[in-house]
Design a protein around this ligand. Structure first.
Ligand code: ADP
Length: 257
């Protein structure tokens, strides 16, 4: 998709990035970080130069989901810039690599920290920067979307009806900001056991979002113990098993972003 017209001046740190993809959810715990990380490693596996920015300063997941050797961001004292850390060729920035754990801050301060981390990083030439957005559609998210010229958004949700209402909020926020939502990922949609498929949270709310808001792609991501284990183990599943079932889902998502 074409990048929306950006009103302000492009922050310098972002000028060498071709596409910025927001991975967003309206609630915590629906698998947003899992999707962001696996999407990023899928794009890298397809040959793209990729970075991940973990914008969730209250609960940064990136330091758990990937295991770079260097777990602290370095500063370039002359240029006053941040040098990202790296794992399997993907550049990484997270508040969790800033040596302070999770943040205790008020909203405006959070926006300032996110803005600074993102725009003073030496990302270098990137084809894709994947942003793991903080959950929700409040001020922090809005500010972030206004600082960053987003190319596209991917919304992550779970199949419950309740989730549908929240997703609608997210879609509206991006649509106001003229950022195209290219896909919805309906996570934990089913699991297979004893040769049968189970739908523990019901069915159909993802396709309702797609129809109602004209989002072009819906992806079902099943509940898979390996997805959770690889997240906890610091090795994205798509990198551990690039030919697997999960990798195939993410390859299709990668093509549409
Ligand atoms: P969020 O970023 O929305 O808070 P996470 O990506 O951190 O959510 O996921 C929450 C937890 O659920 C993590 O432990 C993750 O490994 C697990 N998880 C997410 N999606 C799946 C899935 N499809 N199958 C199994 N576990 C999953």
């Amino acid at each position: 998709p074409a990048r929306p017209v950006y009103a302000g001046q492009l922050p310098q740190g972002l000028q060498t990035i071709s596409n910025i993809i927001a991975v967003s959810s309206c609630k915590g715990g629906v698998g947003k970080s899992t999707v962001a990380v696996n999407l990023a490693y899928t794009l890298a596996g397809m040959g793209a130069r990729v970075g991940i920015f973990d914008a969730d300063v209250y609960g940064p997941s990136l330091p758990t989901m990937v295991s770079p050797e260097n777990r602290l961001l370095e500063m370039n004292p002359e240029k006053r810039t941040i040098i990202p850390t790296e794992y399997l060729g993907v550049k990484l920035v997270s508040f969790g690599f800033a040596g302070q754990g999770r943040a205790i801050m008020r909203g405006p301060m959070v926006s300032g920290v996110i803005d600074q981390l993102l725009t003073t990083t030496e990302w270098g030439e990137l084809d894709y920067l994947v942003i793991d957005m903080p959950p929700g559609t409040g001020d922090i998210q809005l500010t972030l979307c206004q600082v960053v010229p987003l190319t596209a958004a991917v919304i992550v949700t779970t199949p419950q009806k309740l989730a549908f209402i929240d997703v609608a909020k997210g879609v509206r926020m991006f649509s106001k900001l003229k950022v195209p939502c290219v896909a919805v990922v309906e996570n934990m949609c089913h699991f297979d056991a004893d040769g049968k498929r189970y739908y523990p949270f019901g069915r159909g709310s993802g396709s309702q979002v797609v129809q109602q808001f004209g989002i072009p792609h819906l992806f079902d991501l099943p509940i898979r113990p390996t997805l959770s284990a690889s997240g906890d183990g610091g090795m994205p599943e798509v990198a551990a098993d690039p030919q697997g079932e999960v990798a195939k889902i993410f390859q299709n998502l990668g093509i549409c972003v």
